[in-house]
Design a protein around this ligand. Structure first.
Ligand SMILES: NC(=O)c1ccc[n+]([C@@H]2O[C@H](COP(=O)([O-])OP(=O)(O)OC[C@H]3O[C@@H](n4cnc5c(N)ncnc54)[C@H](OP(=O)(O)O)[C@@H]3O)[C@@H](O)[C@H]2O)c1
Length: 226
């Protein structure tokens, strides 16, 4: 049975990916909470903001497993505010979770040759800036470019940054808390909220189309282009 490793599985897209993949794969998770209902065969408790914990969790995972798919899914939005009102410490947690924890995981998977496909859940914000979104945009751009460099350096592994489109999750609820007079783009998210795909719908789409997307050997794919 193929093994799948997913980070950030306690809610949102990560929880739904776990549910969808457990139908015919062994799902292994790296996340910080273990809810009452879960879909994993193996769970490794890890705060991804704590990079020492990340290193221990992925070393342990790679000791005895080979992963067909690794989903680098966990991510945080970080504060939305004008960049000049944010200091570098505001960016640190988001860079640790959205970028450096993923780099640690990728490096161990490559060192131990224990992965076939690495899929990082990306965003349109990886390629486009928005007023007030510099923390999220900078981290998503950084991990997208890191993934592209890894892809060139390691042609034996498939690296894909996959933008899911808007998904009705905890992250979207966080965006809805902001006032559009402070962060203009929030208006668009509020208007779109009711019609956004659910995390289950998005996970099913990924499950159905992932292999054909991977065959295209692109380093970035937006699910809205299906
Ligand atoms: N929602 C969208 O519209 C959208 C659009 C484009 C891209 N994305 C991307 O999709 C991915 C999944 O996000 P989501 O929308 O499903 O949001 P979500 O519901 O907030 O899920 C984020 C996941 O990451 C985990 N996580 C956050 N910080 C963590 C930490 N320090 N240690 C361990 N786990 C941590 C969360 O765990 P806890 O439950 O413990 O916090 C949760 O399982 C993210 O990479 C996001 O950037 C989302």
């Amino acid at each position: 049975m193929d093994k799948v490793l997913i980070t950030g599985t306690t809610s949102g897209l990560g929880a739904s990916l776990s549910r969808v993949y457990e139908s015919n794969c062994s799902v292994h998770s790296i996340s910080r909470n273990k809810p009452d209902h879960y879909y994993w065969d193996v769970h490794r408790d890890c705060d991804l903001a704590n990079l020492n914990q990340v290193e221990r969790a992925i070393k342990c995972a790679c000791e005895t497993n080979y992963y067909k798919y690794v989903f680098l899914n966990a991510g945080i939005l970080g504060q939305l505010a004008e960049s000049s009102n944010l200091d570098t410490p505001h960016y640190k947690a988001a860079f640790d979770i959205n970028v450096w924890s993923n780099k640690i995981i990728i490096d161990e998977l490559l060192k131990t040759k224990t992965v076939e496909n690495i899929i990082c859940i990306s965003s349109g914000a990886a390629s486009k800036g928005y007023y007030g979104w510099s923390i999220y945009c900078a981290t998503k751009a950084a991990i997208k470019q890191l993934m592209s460099c890894y892809a060139i350096e390691n042609p034996e592994v498939n690296f894909l940054s996959l933008a899911p489109g808007l998904v009705k999750t905890k992250m979207q609820n966080e965006i809805q808390q902001y006032d559009e007079r402070d962060i203009p783009s929030v208006k668009k998210f509020k208007e779109a909220y009711e019609t956004m795909q659910t995390p289950d719908e998005c996970a099913k789409k990924i499950y159905k189309h992932l292999d054909s997307i991977l065959e295209q050997k692109q380093d970035f794919f937006d699910l809205r282009n299906l």
